[in-house]
Design a protein around this ligand. Structure first.
Ligand code: BMA
Length: 835
C-alpha cells in the first residue's frame, strides 16, 4: 500500500457528520420451540433456561432435583424473534448487524433473507444488513439448533475416533463452553441462546474497526508507544487521522477494504500500572479521530503501561515459573475463576463481577485464572481486573479432552482466537495466554490411550492434531496479534505423581482431594507454581435452605446428592471431616465442618507454598466461585456468601505471612520495603494461662523468607505442656500497627481438648453498621457468626476465626435493620458445638 503521510498539529477540517452510529437490539424479543408458534417474551442477552424459567415453562433448575425436569431443553431447536424499527435506514451506506455471542449453532434470518449460519459461541458474527433492513417492521429470526443433535448431524458421532470427553464425546467438536455439558462443579445445562449484545451499526465511507496501544519500550523518562488503527473504507479515500492524545494529525491515503495505520507517540514520565498491593493501577486513554470531507468518527480505548514477563526456564532446581512485573518478581496470589451459567435469579446482585473483584482485592490477591473449560469473559470482567490490579491468566477455551484439527475446525478456531486476542490485548491486567487446561498432562498420564482403546495410529493422529492446534496455530496467532505476551501450550506443565513433577513449571496438585492424601500432604508437595489445588465443601445452611427443604437435610438424600457432581462425591468430604474432626452431631454441623476442612486445607497449602519462595512463586487455588449451588471447591458460594475458606485465604494471603515449621517461625514479606518488627511470642493454655512469653525485634527483608529461630526455653516449655490444650501465639507490631496474631496448635484439631466457651457478646449500632464485640473465657475455635435473613452476609468483617481468652474481637456488619431485630437474628457457633 502506498501511503502519503502529512503531519499537521491542529485539526484542519470543519465539523462534519458522524461516520457511524450504534444501536442495541435488546428489546421486543420473543421465543418458542422451533415450529411451534406460541411465542413467549424473551430476555436478551440471556439464554433458553432463563427464558423458560421466567415464563414458568421449567421450574427453577437450581432447586431440588429440578435439573431432571430441564433435560429435554437441549434436545429441542429454539426460535428467537425480534420485530424492530430502524429509523436510520437509508441514512448510512452500510449497516452491520453484529451478534456478539450466539450459543451456538444458529441460523439467522433478517426479513426472510437467510443471512448467517453461526457455529461458535466464542465468536462474534457480523451480517451486512444494508440491503435487507427497512425503516419499519424488520423481523430478525434466530433458530438455535440443539447443540447435541447438530454436532451429531455434522459428523461428531461418526468420527472414527471417540474423543476422550467424558461429559459428551460430541463436545470437542462444538465451540461451546465445555462445562455446559456437565463438569464436576456443574450440572449439564447444554442449552442455547443469545448470550451477549446484538448491535446495529450504520456507517458510511469508513469505520474505525480497532485501536491498539502497542508498547514499544518503557523507561522512567518516557514510554515509546504506537497506536495501531484499523480503518475499513468502502472506497479509496484520503483520511485525516488525529491522535487526540497528543494532537498529532496526519493524512493517509486509504485503499478500499481494511487499512492498518501505525502512529508512534510518546508518554513522558509514564506512571506504571501495578498489580494489587504493588502500586497504583494507572490507566491511560488513547483516542483517535478520523475524518474525510464529509464525515468523522472516533474511537477511545483505555490501556496501561507495564511489562509482564513469564520466566519459565531451566534453573538449578528444574524449571522455574514466575512472573516479573515492571522488572520486579511477583509472588502470584490468587484463584481460579469459573463462569456463570446465566440462570434467572431474582436475588442475584445486579453486578456479580463487582462483588468477586472486591473479594479478590480484599483478600490480597493479584491474579485470577480464567479457566479453559468456560468462556472468554465479558469486557466488564477485564475492565475490573485492570481497575483492581488483578492480573489475568487467560486460558484459551480448551479443556480436558483432545480436539479435531481438520481445516474447517482450525479455521473456526482461528477466527475465535483472533477476535478474542484483539478484544483483550489492550488490558494491562492480561498477563499471559495459556493454550488449554490439563490436555497435555492428561494425554501423557491419564491412560486415555487404554481407556478409549486407541490404536497406535489413532494416538499419532490425536497428538499430531494437538500439535497443530496448540503448538502451531495458537502461538502463531498470539505472536502475530499480541507480540510480547507470553503463551505456553497447556497448564499444568507437570503432573503430580512423582517428586520431579514438583520441580518443573506450573502444577495442579490434586494429591489432596482426587488422590485422597491428607491435607498435611500440601506441606511436602510444593511445586514451582501452584496453578490449581483445592478441597470441596458445602455451602452454609442459609444457602442450602435456598435449594432444599427440611426432609432433604441428610447428606445421602437425593437432593443433596443432586447437588454434588464430583465422582468422589460426598463420601470424600465425610472422609476428610472424620480425619480432622469429631463426627458432627447434625446436618448443619456437617456443612460447617466441611467448610473448616476446606479452610484448613487452603491455609496449609498456601502457607507451605509461600514459605518456599523463591522456589515456589505462585498460589492460585481452585476455585473462587460457583456456577451452581452445590458442594464444590469454591470459596464463595453460588449466592455470593463467603465460605470459611474465603476468610482463611484472606489471612493466608496477607502481605506478611507467618508460618511455624520445625519448631521455628518463618516470615515471608511480600512488601517491597524492609520491615522492622517488634514481636511477642506466648505459649498459652486454652483458658488463657500463660506458660511462656518472650518479646524481641526482627528485621524482615523484602521478598524474602526470614527465619526466626526460637529459643531453647520455649522449645523446652513446649516439650512439657499438655499439647492438647495449649497453643503458641505470635503477634507482630510494625510501626505501631499490629499484624494479625497467628495461632499455632501442636496436635490435629480432633485431638484438641476444647472446653465449652462462654461467649460474652455486646451488640450496638452506629448508623447502618452493626458492631459485635465478642470475648470468651476459654479458646473458642472457629467462631461462626451468622445473621438470619442477611442478604449480604459476606459483609461480616471476619468469620470462622479462633477467639482467644483475654482478647476482644470486634466485628462489623452492614445492615439497615434495627438493633432489636438483629439481636434476635444473630447466632454464633463454634467447633465445640458440633459434637
Ligand atoms: C481441575 C480443573 C477442573 C476441575 C477441578 C476439580 O483440574 O481443571 O477440571 O473441576 O480440577 O476436579
Amino acid at each position: 500500500m502506498s501511503k502519503k503521510i502529512i503531519f499537521f498539529f491542529v485539526s484542519l477540517l470543519p465539523l462534519s457528520v458522524l461516520s457511524q452510529n450504534v444501536r442495541e437490539l435488546n428489546e421486543g424479543w420473543t421465543f418458542c420451540e422451533a415450529g411451534k408458534k406460541v411465542p413467549k417474551p424473551a430476555y436478551v442477552p440471556g439464554n433458553i433456561f432463563r427464558d423458560l424459567q421466567m415464563n414458568n415453562m421449567i421450574p427453577d433448575p437450581t432447586v431440588g432435583q429440578n435439573t431432571i425436569a430441564c433435560k429435554w431443553v437441549e434436545t429441542k431447536d429454539w426460535e428467537y424473534t425480534c420485530v424492530f424499527d430502524y429509523p436510520d435506514s437509508g441514512r448510512f451506506k452500510h449497516v452491520d448487524l453484529t451478534f456478539e455471542c450466539l450459543d451456538t449453532y444458529a441460523d439467522v434470518e433478517l426479513n426472510g433473507n437467510y443471512s448467517l449460519q453461526a457455529k461458535n459461541m466464542f465468536c462474534s458474527y457480523t451480517v451486512h444488513a444494508e440491503k435487507i433492513i427497512h425503516a419499519k417492521g424488520n423481523i430478525l429470526k434466530i433458530t438455535f439448533h440443539s447443540p447435541v443433535k447438530r454436532a451429531k448431524e455434522w459428523g461428531a458421532d461418526s468420527s472414527k475416533i471417540k474423543y476422550p470427553a467424558d461429559n459428551d464425546p460430541t463436545a470437542p467438536f462444538t465451540r461451546k463452553a465445555a462445562f455446559h455439558y456437565g463438569w464436576d462443579f456443574s450440572p449439564r445445562m447444554a442449552g442455547c441462546g443469545i448470550r451477549k449484545k446484538i448491535c446495529l451499526q450504520g456507517w458510511s465511507d469508513f469505520i474505525i474497526r480497532d485501536l491498539h496501544a502497542i508498547q514499544r519500550s518503557v523507561a522512567k523518562t518516557e514510554a515509546l508507544m504506537e497506536a495501531e488503527v484499523q480503518i475499513e473504507c468502502d472506497r479509496p479515500d484520503t483520511l485525516q487521522i488525529e491522535l487526540l492524545t497528543n494532537g498529532m494529525v496526519r493524512k493517509e491515503i486509504m485503499n478500499k477494504g481494511l487499512n492498518t495505520i501505525h502512529i508512534p507517540y510518546t508518554v513522558i514520565k509514564p506512571e506504571l500500572w501495578w498489580p494489587n498491593e504493588m502500586g497504583e493501577q494507572k490507566m491511560y486513554e488513547l483516542s483517535v479521530q478520523v475524518q474525510d470531507r464529509k464525515r468523522s468518527g472516533w474511537k477511545t480505548i483505555k490501556y496501561g503501561i507495564r511489562t509482564v514477563e513469564v520466566v519459565n526456564e531451566k534453573d538449578a532446581d528444574g524449571k522455574s515459573f514466575y512472573l516479573k512485573v515492571n522488572g520486579l518478581k511477583l509472588y502470584a496470589k490468587g484463584s481460579n475463576y469459573i463462569p456463570s451459567l446465566g440462570l434467572y435469579d431474582p436475588k442475584a446482585p445486579a453486578d456479580p463481577y463487582a462483588a468477586l473483584f472486591t473479594a479478590l482485592k480484599d483478600c490480597h490477591m493479584n491474579m485470577v485464572r480464567v479457566w479453559g473449560g468456560g468462556i472468554y469473559e465479558n469486557d466488564e470482567f477485564y475492565e475490573l481486573a485492570d481497575k483492581n490490579g488483578i492480573l489475568v491468566w487467560q486460558d484459551f477455551m480448551f479443556a480436558n479432552t483432545m480436539y479435531p484439527a481438520d481445516s474447517a475446525f482450525l479455521e473456526n478456531i482461528k477466527k475465535e482466537v483472533d477476535q478474542n486476542i484483539v478484544r483483550l490485548r489492550n488490558h494491562p491486567a492480561l498477563a499471559l495466554w495459556c493454550g488449554n487446561n490439563e490436555v497435555e498432562v492428561a494425554w501423557k498420564n491419564w491412560g486415555w490411550q487404554k481407556k478409549y482403546n486407541y490404536s497406535a495410529q489413532d494416538s499419532i493422529k490425536l497428538w499430531e492434531d494437538y500439535k497443530k492446534l496448540f503448538l502451531e496455530l495458537l502461538p502463531g496467532e498470539v505472536e502475530t496479534l499480541d507480540k510480547g505476551r507470553s503463551y505456553f501450550s497447556s497448564s499444568p506443565q507437570s503432573n503430580w505423581g512423582k517428586p520431579e513433577d514438583f520441580k518443573n513449571g506450573d502444577n495442579h496438585y490434586w494429591g489432596v482431594w482426587h488422590g485422597e492424601e491428607p491435607i498435611t500432604a500440601y506441606a511436602t508437595h510444593v511445586p514451582r507454581f501452584a496453578s490449581e489445588f483445592g478441597m470441596q465443601s458445602f455451602p452454609s445452611m442459609s444457602s442450602v435452605k435456598r435449594f432444599s427443604t427440611a426432609p432433604d437435610w441428610v447428606i445421602t438424600s437425593p437432593v443433596m446428592k443432586a447437588h454434588q457432581f464430583s465422582y468422589k462425591g460426598n463420601g470424600l468430604i465425610t472422609k476428610y471431616i472424620s480425619q480432622n474432626y469429631h463426627a458432627p452431631k447434625n446436618f448443619s454441623s456437617y456443612l460447617y465442618l466441611s467448610q473448616l476442612v476446606q479452610a484448613e486445607a487452603l491455609k496449609t497449602a498456601i502457607t507451605s507454598q509461600r514459605m518456599k519462595q523463591p522456589f515456589c512463586m505462585g498460589s492460585l487455588y481452585w476455585q473462587l466461585n460457583d456456577c451452581w449451588p452445590a458442594a464444590s471447591w469454591s470459596s464463595i458460594d453460588y449466592y455470593g456468601q463467603w465460605k470459611a475458606a474465603q476468610y482463611s485465604v484472606r489471612r493466608s494471603f496477607e502481605p506478611l505471612c507467618v508460618g511455624y515449621e520445625n519448631n521455628n517461625f518463618v516470615l515471608v514479606n511480600d512488601a517491597k520495603e524492609r520491615k522492622e518488627m517488634h514481636y511477642t511470642i506466648k505459649l498459652e493454655k486454652f483458658d488463657g494461662t500463660v506458660v511462656y512469653a518472650s518479646v524481641g525485634d526482627l528485621t524482615i527483608d523484602p521478598e524474602k523468607v526470614t527465619g526466626l529461630i526460637t529459643n531453647a526455653t520455649l522449645n523446652d516449655s513446649i516439650q512439657h505442656v499438655d499439647k492438647t490444650n495449649t497453643f503458641l501465639k505470635f503477634e507482630g507490631f510494625i510501626s505501631g500497627e499490629t499484624i494479625s496474631p497467628q495461632v499455632f496448635y501442636f496436635v490435629e484439631t480432633k485431638k484438641l481438648k476444647l472446653g465449652l466457651p462462654v461467649l460474652q457478646k455486646d451488640l450496638s449500632k452506629k448508623g447502618d453498621t452493626l458492631i459485635v464485640k465478642l470475648m470468651t473465657n476459654t479458646l473458642a475455635k472457629n467462631v461462626f457468626v451468622s445473621i438470619d435473613g442477611a442478604s449480604i452476609i459476606n459483609s461480616i468483617s471476619d468469620n470462622y476465626f479462633d477467639l482467644l481468652p483475654g482478647e476482644e474481637k470486634v466485628l462489623y456488619f452492614y445492615s439497615d435493620r434495627s438493633l432489636e431485630e438483629l439481636k434476635k437474628s444473630i447466632s454464633i457457633k463454634t467447633l465445640r458445638d458440633t459434637y
